[in-house]
Design a protein around this ligand. Structure first.
Ligand SMILES: NC(=O)C1=CN([C@@H]2O[C@H](COP(=O)(O)OP(=O)(O)OC[C@H]3O[C@@H](n4cnc5c(N)ncnc54)[C@H](OP(=O)(O)O)[C@@H]3O)[C@@H](O)[C@H]2O)C=CC1
Ligand SMILES: O=C([O-])CC(=O)C(=O)O
Length: 269
């Protein structure tokens, strides 16, 4: 291991985290995956790389030297793991951004980052164009609307089941329209992106989110439209779902890989 490698901790070892680890390995990225955090560390996953430590208690981070922890576990993990990472002085990049419907948690982690000299980094996740939206928000924004369209199967096991007949749809159904805060609170596995759009732009209560189940869709689509003093912008993405979790998109893993590689590389795009 060379001294120039980024020392990485992954929180979670599910669809996104394993895809991120595989891509980093395939691309021979200058990254040392020093630890993976899971809920129950008694059984070592077979696919965990040799030399990577398995941990299940945020307290274990106190003994580890690392630069960045990327969370891809779930909303409940963001608080305990984020606090432990930032208190250690390492940067923290959470994918489960729906946790920030609790603005107390966002403030808490931001204050910890400030006092330890680390950074709380909000990854763009499944989205693109967040750089442009965040830049535009330096001047007043008049409105931001984010429409999330997924195949019905991506909405199973969520409150969408009570709002429309997912199995019987023969046309797209907009089963929710409301604030980013309401969307992320009710759909934590599908509307993390609503919080990302909101944090980049108009905030949790003034960002409008529409959720759509489309029986004709094969991909997870995001359409973001913003207007303001900067002008107008429209972003449209059609993300291929991850084979191992149709609720999540391949783009989420790819954008985390970009974030990690950019922290390790001499040239950043
Ligand atoms: N920002 C974005 O754009 C996106 C964010 N996401 C979010 O990313 C996260 C990961 O998604 P994905 O990989 O698809 O989900 P998976 O369900 O495939 O994986 C989650 C993994 O995290 C583990 N886990 C759950 N809770 C904890 C915990 N407290 N500590 C450690 N590990 C834990 C689970 O293990 P166990 O077996 O113990 O449950 C599981 O292995 C989710 O919160 C998802 O909503 C997803 C897509 C886009
Ligand atoms: O992967 C996506 O398309 C977005 C997603 O699930 C989320 O925001 O939670």
């Amino acid at each position: 291991m060379s001294g120039s490698e980024l020392r990485l901790v992954l929180i979670g070892w599910g669809a996104i985290a394993t895809r991120v680890a595989d891509l980093l390995a395939e691309r021979a990225a200058p990254v040392d995956l020093i630890a993976v955090a899971v809920r129950d560390g008694t059984t070592r996953p077979e696919d965990l790389p040799a030399g990577t430590r398995l941990i299940d208690d945020p307290g274990a981070l106190a003994d580890l030297a690392f630069d960045l922890a990327v969370e891809a576990a779930g909303r409940e993990s963001v608080g305990p793991w984020g606090r432990a990472v930032l208190a250690r002085g390492a940067d923290f990049a959470p994918a489960s951004t729906s946790a920030f419907v609790d603005e107390g948690l966002l403030d808490d982690l931001t204050a910890l980052a400030r006092s330890s000299g680390a950074q709380l980094v909000i990854p763009p996740g499944a989205l693109g164009g967040i750089d442009a939206l965040a830049a535009a928000a330096r001047l007043p924004l008049a409105g931001v609307r984010h429409e999330i369209v997924k195949p019905p199967q991506a909405w199973t096991g969520t409150p969408a089941e009570a709002l429309c007949d997912l199995a019987g749809l023969n046309a797209p159904a907009t089963f929710f329209e409301g604030s980013a805060r309401e969307a992320a609170r009710a759909f934590p596995q599908n509307a993390n992106v609503a919080v990302i759009t909101a944090l980049a732009g108009l905030g949790l209560d003034r960002t409008t989110v529409a959720l759509v189940a489309d029986p004709g869709a094969r991909r997870n689509s995001h359409r973001i439209r913003a207007e303001g003093d900067f002008g107008t912008m429209e972003i449209a993405l059609e993300n291929r779902p991850l084979a191992s979790n149709p609720k999540s998109s391949e783009m989420t893993a790819l954008s985390l890989v970009r974030l990690i590689e950019n922290r390790a590389g001499a040239r950043v795009v």
